[in-house]
Design a protein around this ligand. Structure first.
Ligand code: GLU
Length: 574
């Protein structure tokens, strides 16, 4: 470490004050490149002090690139990072990594924050609400990167590289042909050997350049990493002189990661496992800069089973890779979060079975219970968890959430709910308020197609589409049944009695009370009680499947039920 920082940085500022003549050549180069930069690493250390947090509190961050929609994997990463910070009374912040300006999609940074907000993942500090460790947008942090690079230039651990694409391609070709490690290192790092005078001349002439980090490492050495999720890992040491500043003066990911996570005082770098292979570079940079190494936590990549094979959930191929997909479909937020928690920690599900009622975030995540070899994304499981969560939601919350969803994604549904919120709630409440609630809905977009017949205009459309009575029954027989039901419908009775009455009427018309009797002796019956109920259901709902029929009739009310039965009789009479 000492080889990097043998000089006291104050000399640099003193020399500046004394004038160019007293400068070393390296200082001249640094000043030529960054004439405006006066702040030193020491100044930055003071400006962004280690955070004053209680013991054990950790600082995590989520660092999206503004390149489009929020990926399901990013929601997972940010949710888990946020939970780790919050459960220790630490800090969670969001930094926008916009240094690849060609790939930037305007507005996507804001969109990501909006979407995270929907899931309750709200940062303590971000590019929207600020904080003491900002700016929180990398392109606005240029002076910080430049201060660090300026000092690295003086120390000789960074240097300008003037190699063109062609120069680099030629080197690569040579390395390939000779089966050598590709890259810019040791003897292949041509610009390492330029004299300071040559560098000054090229810069003065206006030649284009990037800045590279000068690595003192060697591939034959091994370096160790302790990853909070994966334990100890050994890597070959980095020896590449990676680019730290591009010709557009913006930093590369690796360098910005070191500088930002150091000065933003991240204690735990929680990021996707795709960054694991870059760790040797990061270890090299942190050491060279004499920055305290944060704890790395490389999260599993979200995988999907495709034709029996595991592969990464892909932005291009999979609709479910976008968080938008789940929002548009109206999966309940709590159900989706709950699912992501099962992906995060293998013991979450067991905990949930024992703690069904309490907040899911009462569960404390641990790094050692995270999967190391990819988390398998299971759409069926999401559906089943969401169904479960929706069934336990009370009707008020359900209605409010459904309305929120409808407002955003389905205007027709919104209009229907708002016709009469209480009516909507009573429909939603069917078989809900009970120890084992019915699981009718998996997402909010399921609701209207299931309950539409409860509204006259939708009923009318369904009716117009035709009533699919079982062809076994003649029109006359159906009319007879409906006429009788009009007179003796039991609509004033409690559910059990109502059903007993319905059953008796069915039996009187030669429907078998039990399915198995019909199966055994079909010649004795015209069908089952189920078939009988289906006739009534079709007549009153224009559908064969509905939520609990008794509740449906009760909510529709006697008048409407009779009106619909009459309408059906008319229809049958043709
Ligand atoms: N901007 C990087 C990405 O989107 C962030 C990686 C990190 O969290 O350090 O992959």
């Amino acid at each position: 470490m000492l080889y990097y920082f043998s000089k006291n940085i104050e000399i640099l500022t003193k020399n500046n004050r004394l004038g160019v003549d007293y400068m070393t050549n390296k200082e001249k180069i640094a000043n030529l490149i960054f004439p405006e930069i006066l702040e030193t690493i020491q100044d930055l250390e003071k400006k962004y002090p280690v955070r004053d947090l209680e013991e054990g509190a950790i600082v995590t961050r989520f660092a999206p690139s503004p390149t489009g929609f929020l990926h399901t994997g990013s929601l997972f990463t940010s949710l888990v990072s946020w939970r780790f910070a919050k459960q220790t009374n630490g800090v969670f912040f969001i930094r926008l990594e916009d240094t690849d300006q060609k790939r930037e999609i305007k507005g996507s940074g804001e969109k990501v924050l909006e979407q995270l907000n929907i899931f309750g993942v709200n940062p303590d500090e971000s590019y929207l609400n600020g904080g003491n460790y900002g700016p929180y947008v990398q392109s606005e942090r240029k002076p910080i990167y430049h201060s660090v690079i300026k000092e690295m230039l003086v120390k000789g651990i960074a240097y300008p590289c003037f190699c063109s694409h062609d120069d680099l391609a030629e080197t690569r070709k040579y390395q390939e042909e000779n089966k050598l490690l590709p890259g810019y290192y040791k003897e292949f790092a041509k610009c390492r050997t330029l004299t300071d005078e040559e560098v000054i001349e090229k810069i003065t002439k206006g030649d284009s350049y990037v800045i590279r980090f000068k690595s003192f490492g060697d591939e034959i050495n091994k370096v160790d990493l302790y990853d909070a999720i994966r334990g100890h890992i050994q890597f070959p040491q980095n020896m590449q002189d990676i680019v730290i500043m591009k010709s557009d003066l913006l930093p590369t990911y690796h360098f910005a990661h070191a500088v930002d996570d150091h000065f933003m005082r991240t204690t735990h770098v929680t990021r996707g496992e795709e960054w694991l292979s870059s760790v040797p570079i990061h270890l090299d940079l942190f050491e060279a800069l004499d920055f305290k190494l944060p704890i790395y936590c490389h999260f599993p990549v979200i995988m999907k089973l495709d034709d029996g094979k595991r592969r990464k959930l892909s932005k291009r191929k999979d609709a479910e890779a976008s968080v938008d997909y789940f929002l548009e479909q109206g999966y309940p937020i709590t159900g989706f979060l709950e699912y992501l928690m099962t992906l995060a920690n293998s013991n979450f599900e067991e905990w949930r079975i024992q703690n069904t009622e309490i907040d899911l975030f009462d569960f404390s995540l641990t790094f050692d219970k995270m999967s190391v070899d990819g988390a398998l994304f299971d759409l069926e499981k999401i559906k089943s968890i969401c169904k479960d969560r929706l069934s336990y939601m009370n009707a008020d919350t359900f209605a409010n959430e459904a309305l929120k969803y409808a407002k955003e994604y389905n205007k027709d549904f919104e209009e229907v709910i708002l016709r009469d919120l209480n009516y909507f709630k009573s429909i939603i409440n069917i078989e809900r308020d009970q120890p084992k609630p019915r699981k009718d809905y998996e997402k909010y977009s399921d609701v209207l197609p299931i309950i539409d017949f409860m509204y006259d205009d939708f009923y009318q459309d369904l009716f117009q589409g035709g009533l699919e009575f079982n062809e076994r029954y003649t029109k006359e027989f159906l009319i007879e049944i409906l006429e009788e039901y009009k007179v003796n419908n039991g609509l004033n009775l409690e559910q059990d009695e109502w059903f007993a009455n319905l059953k008796q009427m069915a039996v009187d018309k030669k429907f078998a009370a039990r399915g198995k009797d019909f199966k055994k002796r079909p010649e004795e019956f015209v069908g089952t009680v189920g078939d009988y109920a289906e006739i009534l259901r079709l007549a009153t709902c224009a559908k064969k499947n509905t939520p609990n029929f008794y509740s449906v009739l009760e909510i529709l009310g006697k008048e409407k039920v009779l009106e619909r039965i009459n309408k059906t009789i008319e229809y049958l009479k043709g």
